[in-house]
Design a protein around this ligand. Sequence first.
Ligand code: ZN
Length: 327
Amino acid sequence: MNNPQEILAHCGKKFGSHWYHTQAGGGNISFKNSDHLFIKTSGSTLASMSDPGNTVEINLKEFNKIIGENRLNSDIQSSSATVENWLSSFKSTTGKTPSVESCFHSIGKPFVIHTHLVSAISVASSVKAEKIISEVEAISETQITWVPYYRPGWPLYRAIYERFFSNESGIFLLQNHGIVIYADTLEEAEFLFNNTQTALDSWLGRSSLPQALVDFDEITTDVFEVKSEHDILTYYANALTPDFVLHFGPGYQEVDSMNFEGSTGLYRFGDRLFIAGYGSSADGARDILRQQLQCCLDISKTGNIRFLSGNACQDLISWGPGKYSGR
Ligand SMILES: [Zn+2]
């Protein structure tokens, strides 16, 4: 398989068809040759990469020039603004912008797969993550590099870049976020992903894809009650991942009525939980809620859950979901 579009369509389908691998517009996959980076557009799902309109081609020399000039800038705010504005002003032939995670896809090897794999987030959101990773490394027989939490986009790129050249396997686990795999060939990328997922799942005692633990009942067109047999309020009071913050804020909001007109988000009314204002995006919202509940239950078995800090949530909110949409 040599055609970039075919490669992206194949990987998008493989890693974007089940909520366990990635949720809503989360995750991004790319292929690069010496001249161009081919990557998912912002706001589209991995599974929709089979549509050429949902992928974009970036001139790698121009992109690397912007990145190289800004990597030396110790002022993260100003370098973030420069690089992320460059990306958001870039338009594909169909007028779409590249994923804001394009920065870390510019590094190193030709194939890069980033997903919000549930077992990866489970381990990476435990206070014992680094200890667990060393045990997972023993199972997978590969090096897994731990990356502490940084906001997606430019700050996360810098964190991965700093660790990239001391990593031999191409596997990175991102705190409260997911997994990134770098590989020379498609076969290697798929092997590394599968091998690491198997090791993470095995450490968690999981041998098959889990059943979804959350569902919705529709109350009105745009208001859905979140249903689960688990005591879910505990697990949605705080945000586990950047995706959660950008969809719902730092945790559910308590309300004293069911009047959600004009509002979008996750709400608690008494002991009931609702999402409102999502319309056709409710599927993505449901998958993010499924992911967070599964991760919280996984972590509960292994140690304390490390939710995102208040500062990290505020940083994401002020950064803006518009920029992040599509990761
Ligand atoms: Zn991500």
